[in-house]
Design a protein around this ligand. Structure first.
Ligand code: GS8
Length: 219
């Protein structure tokens, strides 16, 4: 049977990137449906009635929601190529731990760009870099979080990297100065075509950020 794969996505957003990278790693062809989150389609509401968020992967008519669950699903279904999660149960648990850490800690911490100013912003920024330092320490001397190979944690974290330029502009800072190991890791990841073609353009991300800020009335 010919596979039918659809990805409901919205380009400058973070989480769709995870599904894009995983599908590219596996060489899966798919149809991308770009969503307008200000005017959600009936299709999105039907495919993700609980959260009503992108990304949603629809495989032969069946929807899968939540980006990390989508990545695991892709890894299991197209298991013959480029494994993302380790086969060893302990290493698999560790990979899930770090991906969960990224989702629980980093998403909130990077929100300093949205609303807080002055001392509060400095505090939040400090927390943000502490989390990135923790991730650098987990990376250690390995080329990728997955070890010699690009894997699940790399996919989980790569989604934030098109926002680095926005963090730099908003915080008047250099990501390379704060976390040189992560920047070197990002360069290694970007050498992979599966990654470079899936990442959002940082300029478009920054433009999207400014538009959204204006719409929300944040200065
Ligand atoms: C988060 C998805 C999400 O926030 C995941 O898939 O990992 N935990 C989920 N999606 C956003 C766009 S990305 O910023 C979204 O769809 N927002 C629409 C809304 O909140 O109404």
């Amino acid at each position: 049977m010919k596979e039918k794969v659809i990805l409901v996505d919205m380009h400058p957003s973070m989480f769709g990137i995870r599904a894009r990278v995983a599908l590219a790693e596996k060489g899966v062809e798919y149809e991308c449906r770009e969503e307008d989150l200000q005017n959600k389609s009936q299709f999105l509401l039907e495919m993700n009635p609980v959260h009503k968020k992108i990304p949603v992967l629809i495989h032969n008519g069946k929807p899968v929601c939540e980006s990390l669950i989508i990545v695991e699903y892709i890894d299991e279904v197209w298991s013959d190529k480029s494994p993302l999660l380790p086969s060893d149960p302990y290493r698999r648990a560790q990979a899930r731990f770090w991906a969960d850490y990224i989702d629980k800690k980093l998403y909130d911490a990077q929100r300093w760009i949205w609303c807080v100013k002055g001392e509060e912003q400095d505090e939040k920024k400090k927390e943000f870099f502490e989390i990135l330092k923790q991730l650098e320490s987990e990376l250690g001397e390995k080329p990728f979080f997955g070890g010699e190979r690009f894997g699940f944690v790399d996919v989980a974290l790569i989604t934030y990297t098109p926002w680095f330029q926005t963090y730099e502009t908003c915080g008047n800072l250099s990501m390379e100065q704060h976390c040189p190991k992560l920047i070197a890791w990002l360069k290694r990841c970007s050498h992979k075509e599966t990654v470079s073609k899936s990442l959002s353009d940082p300029n478009k991300v920054y433009h999207y950020f400014l538009t959204l800020k204006e719409r929300l009335g944040i200065d």
